[in-house]
Ligand binder design. Structure first.
Ligand code: XMP
Length: 585
């Protein structure tokens, strides 16, 4: 199927969200590297240039061939895409004196064409430092904010438009309308996309790729690999599919049993568990550096997988590998040159890459987004408990169990205590590891507002956490040298199980998109760790807001968590994404 719209990836994680939003509006869209040859886009109806973390003047920053604007196609530049467009067509871009991250209000100057249906003022989501200073010839100013005088521009004669804010995120209230205006009014796209219509084509592809071979899956218990397995099961029958679940020792409580039950409900005899707990924990022993932990886990996955492949004679030519790779996975880890390292996918490490090159792989979901996969899964009869479960990262509890190479003392400042653990955040679009600011106040809406302001002026921290309860006063707490031990993982697993049970029973689980529970090495000699609660609202994980839970639930959760052996305190993460990420590593 030829896409009507291509989203050019300027290195931002937002490019997928843009393509997804276009598909949600019923228009098939793909993502292309931003240095794509413009001639290959001639048969599109429109082009969108995404945001990205770079500055247009930086050497080596992603660029778009200026011929794109001469194809006669409507082009929409978003954020960095707007800046690229403005600069390429004769305008100028300058560094803003301070960045603008989060909610902002635009004044709409031209509520027409791209901004048809917009009120005089509208709430939008901003995430940028640079801004357009002078408009290119032929462009008119369509919207502005006090910090960002050029928030939307358009050259109506050539159907070229640009916005500094992000219409693809839900925080931009009329973002959907803007995309509808661009797709249907300006670019005259047709509605041609419905994921449910893809069943026959996906099954045909599975049979074609598989030929007379069988399919082996490494099941993770996640939505994607389970739906991919169900699709292969449907296309090929139970005799020709097999699933192995690797128990890494990094999973949550009860996970292995849950996955087993899910697969055995689909078909008996297709599922087995491989115990690799000691292998993973051995490889991670003494490792503190977060990205290194991720890398090791990816490598060990490949090792276990290769061992299973060899021992089970899955390499005898009668088997190929099935994977739940979805569309963003094919692009994020280097499918496009500019993609910033957002996370390390074990679907794309070397060993698996070899199998792909040998044509020994089937990935029935490789053109689909997550919500499209869920739609298929529901139609296939998979249980809601699986399809609606919160996302859980592939590297498991390892990236929620922070380690410290050396001991450290939190520094008392007028803003709170700067705790020397390293947690990841996202500024612009790139990942940065920084310290955390701990407040003695209990979490509340007011403290969250104050935290959002504090973090904007502090460049040394990524997050703000508020104290829910403790055995030890914050001023006496220390960061302790600590690694990824069985004991600490068991502590985190116990904390996570308590939080999950209480959130499910209270209904809070359904009010949030994800609820990571994190263990940080902050406490005292006999209680060396603290638990951090990280419930968030999100639509897609690309942006997120911290959520304050109801006081009674929080009080009883805190009480139960403080009863866990070795837990000194319970904290609450009040930071939105950006500037923090959802996970802590
Ligand atoms: P961040 O922390 O980047 O997370 O805000 C965004 C979403 O991605 C999930 N996540 C992962 N999922 N493998 C995964 O399968 C990973 O390595 C990984 N890292 C983060 C995270 O849980 C959140 O939903």
């Amino acid at each position: 199927m030829t896409p009507q719209v291509s989203v050019l990836d300027a290195g931002g994680q937002y490019c997928h969200l843009i393509a997804r939003r276009v598909r949600e509006l019923g228009v098939y869209a793909d993502v292309q590297p931003c240095d794509v040859d413009p001639k290959s886009l001639r048969n599109r109806s429109a082009i969108i240039i995404s945001g990205g973390p770079s500055s247009v003047y930086e050497p080596g920053s992603p660029q778009v061939d200026g011929e794109i604007y001469k194809l006669g196609l409507p082009v929409l530049g978003i954020c960095y895409g707007l800046q690229l467009m403005a600069r390429s067509l004769g305008g100028t871009v300058e560094k803003g004196d301070k960045g603008e991250y989060g909610q902002a209000t635009i004044e709409v100057l031209l509520a027409d064409r791209l901004l048809a249906g917009f009120a005089k003022t509208e709430s939008v989501w901003m995430s940028h430092r640079d801004r357009v200073a002078n408009l290119p010839p032929g462009f008119r100013l369509m919207a502005a904010t006090p910090t960002c005088p050029v928030a939307a521009i358009g050259d109506e004669a050539h159907n070229l438009y640009g916005v500094q804010f992000h219409p693809e995120v839900v925080h931009t209230h009329r973002g959907r309308r803007l995309l509808e205006n661009f797709l249907f009014e300006i670019a005259e796209c047709q509605r041609d996309w419905d994921p449910l219509q893809q069943f026959p084509e996906i099954e045909r592809q599975v049979r074609e790729v598989t030929g007379d071979r069988n399919v082996l899956f490494f099941a993770s218990g996640g939505v994607d690999s389970t739906v991919a397995f169900a699709l292969c099961l449907r296309a090929l029958g139970p005799e020709r599919v097999h699933a192995v679940y690797v128990d890494t020792g990094l999973m949550r409580e009860g996970e292995t049993e849950f996955v087993r039950a899910t697969f055995e409900r689909m078909a008996m005899g297709v599922f087995e568990v491989a115990d690799a707990r000691s292998q993973f924990l051995g490889a991670l022993a003494g490792v503190h550096e977060p990205e290194r932990k991720r890398h090791i886990i990816g490598e060990e996955f490949v090792r276990v997988q290769e061992r299973i492949l060899e021992r089970g004679h899955f390499l005898d030519g009668h088997w190929i590998l099935g994977q739940g790779t979805i569309y963003p996975d094919t692009i994020e880890s280097g499918g496009t040159k500019q993609a910033d390292l957002i996370k390390t996918h074990h679907n794309r490490v070397a060993g698996i890459q070899r199998l792909i090159e040998q044509n020994k792989i089937v990935e029935p979901l490789r053109d689909l987004y997550k919500d499209e996969v869920r739609v298929l899964g529901r139609t296939l009869g998979l249980p809601d408990a699986l399809l609606d479960r919160h996302p859980f990262p592939g590297p498991g509890l390892a990236i929620r169990c922070l380690c410290a190479a050396e001991a450290g003392v939190p520094e008392r400042t007028s803003d709170g205590y700067i705790v020397p653990v390293r947690s990841v955040g996202v500024q612009g679009d790139s990942r940065t590891y920084r310290a955390v600011l701990a407040l003695e106040e209990r979490p509340s809406e007011a403290v969250m507002e104050q935290a959002t302001e504090t973090i904007n002026h502090l460049t040394t921290v990524n997050r703000v956490i508020a104290l829910c309860g403790a055995h030890v006063p914050l001023r006496e707490m220390r960061v302790l040298a600590s690694a990824l031990s069985t004991e600490r993982l068991a502590r985190l697993r116990a904390a996570d199980a308590i939080v999950r049970r209480m959130s499910e029973e209270s209904g809070f689980e359904r009010q949030v998109w994800q609820f990571p529970v994190v263990l940080i090495p902050l406490g005292s000699a006999d209680r060396p760790d603290s638990v951090v609660l990280r419930p968030i609202h999100s639509v897609d994980g690309m942006t997120a807001s911290a959520v304050v839970m109801e006081e009674r639930l929080l009080a009883s959760m805190t009480e139960q968590l403080l009863a866990i052996d070795g837990v000194a305190a319970v904290f609450y993460d009040l930071t939105h994404k950006p500037p923090a990420t959802i996970e802590w590593e």
